[in-house]
Design a protein around this ligand. Structure first.
Ligand SMILES: CC(C)(COP(=O)(O)OP(=O)(O)OC[C@H]1O[C@@H](n2cnc3c(N)ncnc32)[C@H](O)[C@@H]1OP(=O)(O)O)[C@@H](O)C(=O)NCCC(=O)NCCS
Length: 182
């Protein structure tokens, strides 16, 4: 497991599936995600069963936060698009339990993932994609140390309008310079 101050990242288990189904059917949660169609237990179970055949470093991680002596599952995150020659990878995150938005858990999780990316995977660059209208996400990524690298114009259609998709990233040199307090 990967431990931060208030957050830990662990392997996703079959018991997490019902929570994912609930979260991925919540329009507010998926507003900033690529998913836009209803999701069933069968869909999610098929996705879970497929994880075993994915490269271990690309398997998603559950986000747990401390709840007294115990831990509460609030979302998930993961790495994908690894390019080992260029030493870069993309990250993604979703806190599905909305009670825990805006409390810094997203920022802490991204920082933990960056530490994992740079220290464990020995990456040189970590990046992500975010829809420009997802202001909470953009702010959280800025706080975690990522900067705007590019803009894919009108890359997303949502409710009758087109929105830009932003590419944000951080280099290892920037991460080293900023300190690793998490
Ligand atoms: C995006 C997400 C990971 C952020 O995590 P979080 O724990 O809610 O975010 P944090 O508390 O770390 O930081 C949020 C920041 O955005 C700010 N914020 C919230 N709503 C905002 C808005 N509408 N406009 C501008 N800033 C906003 C908060 O005030 C806070 O900044 P501050 O600390 O400077 O005040 C989480 O909300 C989430 O998973 N949302 C649903 C799924 C999703 O959109 N995933 C991202 C896909 S790219």
């Amino acid at each position: 497991m990967i431990f931060g101050k208030r957050v830990r990242l662990r392997a996703v288990t079959r018991e997490d599936i019902p929570r994912f189904v609930e979260w991925l059917n919540d329009p507010e949660v998926i507003e900033g995600l690529v998913i836009y169609l209803p999701f069933s237990m069968e869909d999610e179970t098929r996705w879970f069963d497929g994880l075993a055949s994915r490269p271990p470093e690309e398997r998603p991680l559950a986000i747990d936060i401390r709840a007294g002596e115990d831990w509460t599952h609030i979302g998930s995150c993961g790495f994908h698009e690894f390019n080992w020659r260029h030493r870069s990878a993309e990250i993604g995150i979703a806190i599905g339990n909305k009670e825990f938005w805006n409390q810094g858990f997203g920022t802490e999780t991204v920082r933990l993932m960056l530490r994992h990316g740079f220290d464990t995977f020995n990456l040189n660059r970590v990046f992500l994609r975010v829809y420009e209208m997802n202001r909470r996400a953009v702010r959280s990524y800025e706080k975690a140390g990522l900067t705007l690298e590019g803009r894919l114009r009108q890359a997303r259609y949502h409710n009758g309008k087109y929105y830009d998709e932003l590419i944000m990233g951080i280099l290892r040199s920037e991460w080293d310079a900023a300190g690793k307090e998490d």
